[in-house]
Design a protein around this ligand. Structure first.
Ligand SMILES: Cc1ncc(COP(=O)(O)O)c(C=O)c1O
Length: 452
């Protein structure tokens, strides 16, 4: 594999040495101090993946208060695709800060909100007439997509899938599949949410996309009924649920069924969107055109912004004043989104995601060949994962997964775990990471596997 350098225009954000550098154990003394204060001040339910005190980040590294430089293979959960403190984003947000910080778009509108909507309408799949509405978080946008679909169809039921993750608000907890830590004790959940089986090639006996879709549709028809169903919502590649790529044909069959039954098809592209998978949106890999697309995370270089984009007839069905909120489409976040979209485009970051994906899959598959505990390697673009199992039985091995992640963290590589069974290590590097750092980070994960 040839080494491809980080695009010059986005290399490093703040001038940080692009290296893994450990000057103390992790956490070092300053990070420990913050962790102690955190334990006293912050609610215990707000978790920590790596116990450090961040002072800077950019390119492919995060620097902590003790001077450690950590390879970032998580992008703040798929957010900083354009890199932390991306120069285009910093410049645009600084200019906006100096102009005005907030008027509330629904009170006094401004250009950048409309410009973001225009970009989203142009970039999301399909050449039909579209509208967008902007919000703050992924969960808030998911809630709005469901609300809009219900209003449009005058139906109430919603189908989500096994292993789904859609957020932590009340409706999105109900849509999310995994009980601990996302749901347990937090009910009751919103009514009229039904669950259908997902295509999970590694664990469903290798059903084809068409077979898996037929099973899901049969269950939907029996348990919800098309006449009651407003929408189905699905991540084109499941994120928190384990980076599950459905078998080819699964998503198109669901879209086709939705079209035939007046059911709104909502693609939750919160994690998969904005170049992450080597296309603007993961729906493109299967050629599907969702009725509504939910976006967030990678849209605005780290500033909080989310959106629902979709068919104008559906989006326009909500009455004036029915959609919105105080901060949705805040001008700083919109400035950041416009600069981020420019960076994905002008700095070749979507192509870069494809090359990162090729490198990840090549290296991870090589690891798998030598280590039967890696049951599956999967993903698209800069969204790849390994599923760790007991080689004898194929049972998920969450303990091994935790050990490998802990080894990576102790050795200056930030990786995230995921999966219904807690046995998946996921790789979500910023698209501004260099090949050298990525390869070094993967080397540390491989070392962790050998050591465990
Ligand atoms: C697919 C998907 N949908 C929704 C959400 C919720 O987004 P947020 O955390 O911004 O509310 C997430 C977050 O991880 C996600 O991955």
């Amino acid at each position: 594999m040839t080494l491809v350098d980080t695009p010059a225009a986005v290399a490093g954000g703040p001038a940080l040495a692009q290296e893994r550098r450990l000057v103390t154990a992790i956490p070092g003394p300053r990070s420990q101090e913050l962790m102690a204060r955190r334990a006293e001040a912050v609610a215990a339910g707000v978790g920590t993946t790596i116990p450090i005190a961040v002072v800077a980040a950019g390119g492919g590294v995060i620097v902590d208060a003790d001077g450690n430089s950590i390879i970032d293979l998580g992008s703040g959960i798929a957010v900083t695709g354009v890199g932390n403190a991306n120069p285009r984003v910093v410049e645009a947000v600084t200019a906006q800060l100096n102009a005005f910080t907030h008027t509330c778009f629904t009170i006094a509108p401004y250009d950048s909100y409309v410009a973001v909507a225009e970009k989203l309408n142009a970039l999301t799949p399909g050449d039909h007439v579209k509208r967008s509405a902007l919000f703050n978080s992924g969960a808030e946008a998911v809630e709005n997509a469901v609300k809009i679909a219900r209003n449009f169809t005058k139906k109430q039921a919603v189908v989500a899938f096994d292993h789904a993750y859609h957020g932590r608000t009340n409706l999105t907890m109900g849509l999310t599949a995994k009980n601990i830590p996302y749901k347990s004790g937090f009910g009751p959940f919103a009514p009229e949410v039904y669950r259908a089986p997902l295509s999970y090639p590694f664990r469903d006996g290798g059903l084809s996309g068409a077979e898996a879709a037929a099973g899901a549709i049969s269950q939907i028809e029996k348990q919800a009924g098309a006449e009651n169903l407003a929408a189905i919502i699905i991540e084109p590649i499941q994120g928190e649920g384990g980076f599950i790529v459905p078998a080819q044909g699964f998503l198109p069959a669901l879209v086709e069924w939705c079209r035939a039954n007046d059911v709104v098809f909502i693609a939750d592209e919160v994690q998969t969107g904005f170049g992450r998978t080597g296309a603007w949106f993961a729906s493109e890999h299967e050629g599907i055109v969702p009725d509504l697309v939910v976006t967030a995370k990678g849209i605005a270089g780290g500033l909080p912004l989310s959106a629902v984009t979709g068919r104008a007839d559906i989006m326009d069905s909500a009455m004036a004043g029915g959609l919105g909120g105080t901060y949705g489409g805040n001008p700083l976040a919109c400035a950041a989104a416009l600069a981020s979209i420019e960076s994905y485009d002008a700095d070749g970051l979507i192509e870069r995601a494809g090359r990162i994906g090729a490198l990840l899959l090549e290296r991870l598959n090589a690891l798998r060949t030598a280590d039967a505990r890696i049951g599956d390697v999967r993903g698209r673009g800069a969204m790849a994962a390994i599923e760790l199992v007991d080689p004898e039985t194929g049972a998920p091995d969450a303990a091994l997964t935790s050990k490998v992640a802990a080894h990576a963290h102790a050795n200056g590589v930030l990786v995230l775990t995921c999966g219904t069974y807690g046995n998946v290590i996921r790789f979500l590097p910023p698209l501004t990471i260099s090949d050298e750092l990525l390869i070094e980070g993967l080397g540390v994960v491989a070392e962790g596997l050998r050591a465990a």
